[in-house]
Design a protein around this ligand. Structure first.
Ligand SMILES: NC(=O)c1ccc[n+]([C@@H]2O[C@H](COP(=O)([O-])OP(=O)(O)OC[C@H]3O[C@@H](n4cnc5c(N)ncnc54)[C@H](OP(=O)(O)O)[C@@H]3O)[C@@H](O)[C@H]2O)c1
Length: 303
């Protein structure tokens, strides 16, 4: 079966995701951008990365009706860039996602939706509510990126390869209240908590939360980490391979939460989210996750 992967927003992130899909001959890609020239330019450039053995191609457009055959739609569009906080442009991003939800509802009501644009938890919530799509087909992708950052810091601090680290998950908001879960993580089978002290734990939490600010000391914005994490989800959907990752979905009682979308561990397959996974958290993690869901809910209610 052939799929069409459509990516709305061909900026840094959208183009990087498109590049990975095309270079790995995953499937056909459509880049849709507000300014058509950018979609055309990026797709012309990325087209030269199509492997000679690939059956697939890429094209650019600004016409939403061309989304009609899409099986997977990635939303990486952004009207403005934030400088201090991911929720800085919340009103204009929510207005944007509502408009995009209307278009997607009109042209491809069966697609699986991956929301990348910031703030992803809030936008996932508004997309799902606005479109009426099954909550299992609308995912915010960000906690897997935050988890990559968690693995990176564990690896650097303990001088171990990332391949020796298991279950290092970051849950909750893709924002300052995100919650790295130490109690479940292990290195070569040994619980992470027994390998570090409170000072290291606190500094890791701060480093993961502040990663994007550190990165911006050196380049304008991140793109490759989120691109690879999104590519992995698309790959799992297209190849019907089960993938366990944290992602943001609208919760109906899971983890004690309602009327909010936040990063929790899920299984993904060809149909979208196939299972919400329940993991044990310690007392302080439960408390931090509660604070994180409150932060997202407050943001939702502020719009
Ligand atoms: N989830 C995560 O972990 C994560 C990680 C990194 C970034 N992000 C977020 O991902 C988003 C994209 O980042 P970026 O660095 O790629 O931004 P960018 O380079 O500014 O690209 C955004 C693109 O969206 C386009 N756009 C705006 N409104 C649109 C609409 N209604 N329909 C179609 N295209 C539209 C813009 O078009 P124009 O050419 O007309 O301006 C621009 O090309 C941002 O919200 C960013 O904060 C999330």
């Amino acid at each position: 079966m052939f799929y069409l992967i459509s990516i709305i927003g061909s900026g840094r992130v959208g183009a990087s995701i498109a590049f990975l899909c095309v270079a790995n001959a995953l499937d056909d890609v459509l880049l849709l951008n507000r300014t058509k020239d950018k979609a055309l330019g990026e797709s012309m450039d990325i087209a030269n990365a199509i492997p000679p053995t690939s059956k697939f191609s890429i094209r650019g457009t600004d016409d939403y009706s061309e989304l009609s055959d899409s099986d997977i739609i990635v939303i990486a569009a952004s009207r403005d860039n934030y400088t201090k906080d991911r929720t800085e442009n919340i009103q204009s991003q929510v207005d944007m996602i509502k408009e995009i939800a209307e278009k997607i509802k009109q042209y491809c009501p069966s697609a699986i939706i991956l929301v990348i644009s910031n703030p992803p938890d809030v936008l996932t919530y508004f997309f799902q509510k606005g479109s009426g799509f099954s909550r299992f087909k609308v995912m915010g992708i960000a906690s897997s990126l935050d988890s990559s950052r968690f693995r990176y810091f564990i690896s650097e601090k303990l001088f171990v390869p990332q391949s020796s680290i298991s279950n290092a998950l970051v849950l909750g908001e893709h924002g300052d209240s995100m919650v790295p879960i130490f109690s479940n993580a292990s290195v070569n089978g040994t619980n992470l908590n027994s390998l570090i002290d409170d000072t290291v734990r606190e500094s890791m939490i701060n480093n993961i939360r502040g990663y994007w600010k550190q990165l911006r000391n050196y380049k304008s914005r991140s793109q490759f980490g989120i691109a690879k994490n999104t590519y992995d989800v698309i790959h799992a959907i297209i190849n019907a391979k089960e993938l366990s990752v944290p992602a943001s979905i609208v919760l109906e009682g899971e983890y004690g939460e309602n009327n909010v979308s936040m990063g929790i561990p899920v299984k993904i397959n060809q149909n979208g989210v196939s299972e919400i996974q329940k993991i044990d958290l310690d007392g302080s993690e439960k408390l931090m996750l509660k604070e994180s869901s409150k932060k997202i809910r407050d943001d939702i209610n502020s719009v």
